[in-house]
Design a protein around this ligand. Structure first.
Ligand SMILES: N[C@@H](CCC(=O)N[C@@H](CS)C(=O)NCC(=O)O)C(=O)O
Length: 229
């Protein structure tokens, strides 16, 4: 039995890009899992894994934290349908992982932090104000988000250029078919998608937009069916 501890916002929203990576990896493997929602103030649920953050995967006797470690675990435990079809692809995926965590998320976060505060569970609001205000230097999340969006979308589209160049040459970041590198970046899009309204991150003429549509269609529209605010 596999259990995935997944970050929960209010109304059952599940925005965490890292948890999306884990869920997409499980889908890729065709594995079923038991879902365990974790609010920001429910860290006791993942204390057994010595973790303060999610995703955490509990698979039989294996306890795995960190989405990259989860992907490696799944590939080892379930070798069918590899997430890293060969080693050069794994190196490429590792780059996409670091690039998404830093450059991509660094530009998305300021543009969604106000909506994040509005959609977390009511009991988690104080935690988010306390922890995220330290990152943005203010407690006026709405004003900060508004200002960030003035220039943020253009900057975000620019930061996608490396992915755009790859997607101009091949349908997926992983090659002819989607694999883990695609799940990493798609997870980054699902993050704001779940709780943010009126934020057009992509232009319809962008090759990344077409790729994202294909990713939404994957696994019988798994991404299209996610609950949104
Ligand atoms: N490097 C970790 C990052 C995980 C992470 O930052 N998770 C966030 C949710 S998106 C979290 O659990 N935050 C809890 C908190 O801020 O208290 C991974 O890839 O799994």
């Amino acid at each position: 039995m596999i259990t995935l501890y997944d970050l929960a916002f209010d109304n059952e929203l599940r925005p965490s890009p890292y948890c999306w990576r884990a869920k997409l990896a499980l889908k890729h493997k065709g594995l079923a899992w038991r879902d365990e929602p974790v609010g920001f103030n429910e860290k006791d649920k993942i204390a057994f894994a010595q973790s303060q953050i999610v995703p955490v995967l509990h698979d039989g006797t294996a306890v795995v934290k960190d989405s990259w470690a989860i992907a490696l675990h799944l590939d080892k435990a379930y070798p069918d349908k590899p997430l890293f079809p060969n080693d050069p692809v794994k190196a490429h995926a590792r780059f996409v992982n670091g690039w998404s965590d830093t450059a991509v998320h660094g530009l998305i976060f300021p543009m969604v932090v106000g909506d994040m505060l509005d959609t977390v569970r009511p009991q988690d609001r104080d935690y988010i104000i306390e922890s995220r205000s330290k990152r943005i230097g203010t407690t006026d999340f709405a004003a900060f988000q508004k200002k960030a969006r003035e220039t943020g979308v253009t900057a975000f589209r620019q930061v996608l250029e490396p992915a755009r160049r790859v997607l101009n040459q091949q349908p997926f970041l992983s090659g002819d078919a989607p694999a883990y590198a695609d799940y990493i970046l798609f997870g980054s899009f699902l993050w704001p998608h779940t709780f943010t309204k009126k934020l057009d991150l992509l232009d319809k003429n962008d090759v990344v937009w077409g790729w994202r549509e294909c990713m939404f269609d994957l696994f019988d529209g798994f991404g299209r069916k996610v609950k949104t605010a």
